[in-house]
Structures are given as structure tokens and as C-alpha cells.
Ligand binder design. Structure first.
Ligand SMILES: [Fe+2]
Length: 189
């Protein structure tokens, strides 16, 4: 167990984001930083970051940069809580603090999506992220997915770092082949 403060993590991620023009380079450089944060004494986690909500998965803001280029959330997933099918329009790095998070992927059959209709999505594979695991994604074409915790599993707590203030995302209606941009609420902490 070592100390890696939240301030140092944020500063390191900001430096990487400023240096890397390609989002793939950005997440490659940040994944080991997220690993280091997960392996730290986690003293940056406060009780308010661990709030759950019986109605839906909870998004607790840990850090949102003033310029809106970086945001970090703790998400708390009770058994049976899932996101809609969505993308992020940004790069992102996910790390699991506790439990197991399931990611189910969707792929755009026609490549990059340029309109909000006529979208053909195909189901892809599944990833089970266990405690200390790290996942990442890049935009254009977006990583489209459903994330959550099945009823049969215990609650999970995950860290999500994004290359923007993640206050909205596209949700997809797979049957209708449409998507729309929706606000994503979070709890201030
Ligand atoms: Fe997501």
C-alpha cells in the first residue's frame, strides 16, 4: 500500500491530457496512473463518494476541472442497476474499487455514427471487471456499451475519469436505431 494523493493523480492526468493529442495515447498513459490510484491507501475516498441510490446507480462527483477538460466520479452500483445503452463522446478510464462491473459492448455496423437515426447496432462481447481492474475507451467511433451489476452479484464501486465534464451522453434505442443526447445528473460532494 502506498500513498498517491488525489491531487497528484489529477495533476498527472492533466499533464497527460495536455501532452497527448491522440485519445488512445491518453488512455494508455492514464491507465497505469489509475492502477496506482487503485493500489494506493485510497484515503481520498470520503463517505459521500460512496452514496448509493435505491432508484438507480449513483454518480458521485469527486473532481471536475474548472476548464471542463477532466472529471472524476465514483459510481455506486447496487445489484440489478444498469446504465442505458450509451456512449461518452470522450476518452475515459474506468477502475474498479470494489465488486465486479459488467460491460456489454455494442458495435455500429456501419462504422462511425454521423446522425441520430438510422443507426444499426450489433451486440458485442462482455467484460467482467473485478476489483483493481481497469478499462478504457476512446471516441469516434464511440465505445457504445451497457454497464452495470447483475442482481446476483454484490454492489460495486467504480472510478470513472473522463476527458471532459461528463454531464451528458448519448443514449441509444437499439430497436429504433436512434440516439439522443441526455443530461446525466450527479451528486456534488
Ligand atoms: Fe459508460
Amino acid at each position: 500500500m502506498h500513498s498517491y494523493s488525489l491531487d497528484d493523480f489529477i495533476a498527472d492526468c492533466g499533464e497527460v491530457a495536455a501532452r497527448c493529442a491522440d485519445p488512445a495515447d491518453c488512455v494508455s498513459a492514464i491507465a497505469p496512473l489509475m492502477e496506482r490510484l487503485l493500489e494506493s491507501d485510497r484515503s481520498f475516498i470520503r463517505p459521500e463518494h460512496l452514496r448509493s441510490d435505491s432508484g438507480h446507480y449513483a454518480r458521485n462527483a469527486i473532481y471536475i476541472s474548472d476548464d471542463g477538460h477532466l472529471s472524476l466520479f465514483a459510481l455506486v452500483w447496487l445489484p440489478g442497476q444498469w446504465t442505458p445503452v450509451h456512449d461518452h463522446g470522450s476518452w475515459g478510464v474506468v477502475g474498479v474499487l470494489q465488486g465486479a462491473l459488467e460491460e456489454r459492448a455494442f458495435m455500429a455496423v456501419d462504422g462511425e455514427i454521423t446522425a441520430d437515426h438510422g443507426i444499426r447496432l450489433k451486440r458485442g462481447g462482455v467484460i467482467l471487471l473485478k476489483e483493481q481492474s481497469i478499462s478504457s475507451f476512446v471516441p469516434n467511433p464511440d465505445h457504445i456499451h451497457v454497464t452495470g451489476v447483475p442482481e446476483t452479484r454484490a454492489m460495486a464501486v467504480t472510478l470513472h475519469l473522463y476527458g471532459r465534464n461528463m454531464n451528458s451522453f448519448h443514449i441509444y434505442d437499439v430497436e429504433k436505431g436512434t440516439r439522443c443526447l441526455v443530461d446525466v445528473p450527479h451528486q456534488e460532494t
